[in-house]
Design a protein around this ligand. Sequence first.
Ligand SMILES: [Zn+2]
Length: 249
Amino acid sequence: MPLERTAATSLHLMANHGARFQHDGETYEIPRYLFVGPKGGDESLRIGIFAGVHGDEPEGTHALIQFLAMLAREPRLATGYALFAYPICNPTGVEDGTRHSRNGKDLNREFWRNSAQPEVRLLESELVAHSFHGIIALHTDDTSHGFYGFAQGATLTRHLLEPALKAAAEFLPRNGDDQIDGFPARNGVIRTCYDGVLSGPPGVRPRPFEITLETPKAAPNYLKDAASVAALGAILAEYRAFIAHGANL
Ligand SMILES: [Zn+2]
């Protein structure tokens, strides 16, 4: 993991290798990194960023690594934030190059349903322990011709997703279809989602913002990376502005 080198030299990035589980007598790990930006307001804004939930979508993992590397070079971009990054949420699926985990499960349909899947249980405990202000998941869509996203959770989510899609559009066009992935969509924003997706703990109030970014599989890698990195940066900048202006969240 190229982040190990960055974590060894950056004052802001820390690696946390405790999230291990067993499969068939082998030990696997969900790597965790924490990026602490320069101090902003009173309380750090805690954001969880998750990639590689589907093992055949390396784009999110790459984008997250690049995003953290960029922040290590320019920490001020993360002022006020504590970013909890999970670049490989489905290590057996990544090893096998499959959407599902080696147990044959789509982990992104298993959350908050009493799942016995060890990856889901580990990630659920992270979601509870850190009570994130915001949750961002990075995915890839092999049927989409453009970049788009899902907005759930807090109402302000769609106000964060819009500038994110705009920033991404510098590199990849937005999917403007009125139907994406079987859901009604508007300007690349979908307001509904599948049951069991990675999200904040049910019942927690206030709701975190919950954004899923979907990059189109067919695009060149450097554009996919750039679009996702730009979208992540825009979300941080926009949410910081919301907080600074004391928006009623
Ligand atoms: Zn996915």
